[in-house]
Design a protein around this ligand. Structure first.
Ligand SMILES: Nc1ncnc2c1ncn2[C@@H]1O[C@H](COP(=O)(O)OP(=O)(O)OP(=O)(O)O)[C@@H](O)[C@H]1O
Ligand SMILES: [Mg+2]
Length: 317
């Protein structure tokens, strides 16, 4: 009824009536705002429930795959060493064949070698081995990431750590991935040490930074890392002026295996993993993005783990 008020709606000779209408309009605006907040909270709840159940599934799958992948990986290393020994032996036999020159046996060996394409196998086997090893390594990384995502591995220690230190060391690790694509600017606030699992948080920063670099298609982009503190929490933002993320994709980016990158470039685990790590820290990870303009990821973490008030959302330092 008051969805689209017209001038006429409040243009009444009766001042009391006009005031009442204004009051109703204000109430209506408030309700709309509350409704939007409710919808937002519901979205977040659904997202975190969905990820919790995916996490359980992932933990099961990771556990099942982890074992066979472990022995395939280990056997593969042994197999590579055995192959090298067989090749050494084969070369020795070939050298010895010279001594048989002119005999029927030498002719037979030559024919057999050609029939079985031994020269080709000698070249191709190491290539196949290398490719397979890379494949297994990739599967192992995915399984490890799934395990991290579902928080199966709890062997690490919680310490009070300087997040700037972690971000700086992560920046130096990903420097190669970033330096040709973007200028990185740091806008660090004065933040206290945070109770955390530093290496896991570094993984979050790494995922955000690499994603930011990947999103930049222009000649030269800009990535800004900002930090700040508000009350009981610190926040870290990674901003890029890259491609941006469409509305419908924003609802899916934290899902495991959701990726828009070509096969081999992205597994779609970076953000789901980061989500799990931030949750483990009783924190929040949020995204703000506009297509063609850029994206900001914001990680909010409690300074000390036990404190769990409502997480601030305003950008304050
Ligand atoms: N800064 C960003 N700008 C634009 N799109 C982004 C950004 N960060 C994430 N995305 C989108 O979210 C998707 C999921 O990101 P995520 O890090 O989980 O996986 P990935 O980068 O595709 O693969 P992986 O991190 O496993 O190598 C990306 O494929 C991309 O479409
Ligand atoms: Mg990624």
């Amino acid at each position: 009824m008051f969805g689209q008020p017209t001038e006429n709606a409040i243009d009444t000779s009766n001042a009391g009536e006009a005031e009442r209408v204004r009051e109703l309009l204000r109430a209506n605006d408030e309700l709309k705002e509350l409704n939007a907040q409710l919808r937002d909270a519901q979205d977040k709840l659904m997202q975190s429930e969905k990820l919790a159940s995916i996490g359980q599934l992932a933990a099961g799958v990771a556990h099942e795959i982890n074992n066979p992948i472990g022995y395939i990986f280990s056997n593969f290393g042994t197999l590579e060493k055995y192959m090298a020994r067989l090749f050494d032996m084969l070369n020795a036999y070939e050298a010895a064949e010279v001594d048989l020159a002119g005999t029927p046996r030498a002719a037979l060996l030559k024919a057999l070698r050609e029939e079985n394409e031994i020269e080709y196998l000698k070249e191709d086997i190491p290539t196949l081995m290398a490719e397979s090893k890379e494949g297994i390594t990739r599967v192992r990384t995915i399984v490890q990431n799934l395990k991290d995502f579902s928080r199966v591995d709890t062997s690490q220690e919680w310490v009070m750590a300087d997040l700037h230190h972690g971000i700086d060391s992560t920046l130096s690790i990903v420097a190669n991935e970033i330096k040709y694509k973007a200028e990185v600017t740091k806008e660090y606030g004065a933040i206290p040490d945070v109770e955390c699992l530093p290496s896991e948080l570094n993984q979050v920063f790494m995922n955000l930074l690499v994603n930011a670099a990947h999103a930049i298609q222009a000649e030269r982009g800009a990535i800004t890392v900002r930090t700040g503190v508000r009350d009981t929490h610190v926040w870290v933002e990674v901003h890029d002026n890259g491609s941006g993320i469409s509305r419908e994709n924003q609802a899916r980016i934290f899902d495991p295996f959701f990726t828009t990158k070509p096969v081999g470039k992205g597994t779609g685990l970076g953000l789901s993993l980061s989500y799990g790590i931030v949750k483990k820290h009783d924190g929040q990870i949020e995204v703000e993005s506009e297509l063609g303009v850029g994206t900001t990821f914001r990680v909010v973490l409690p300074i000390v783990r036990a404190i769990r008030p409502v997480v601030p959302s305003a950008t304050e330092s």
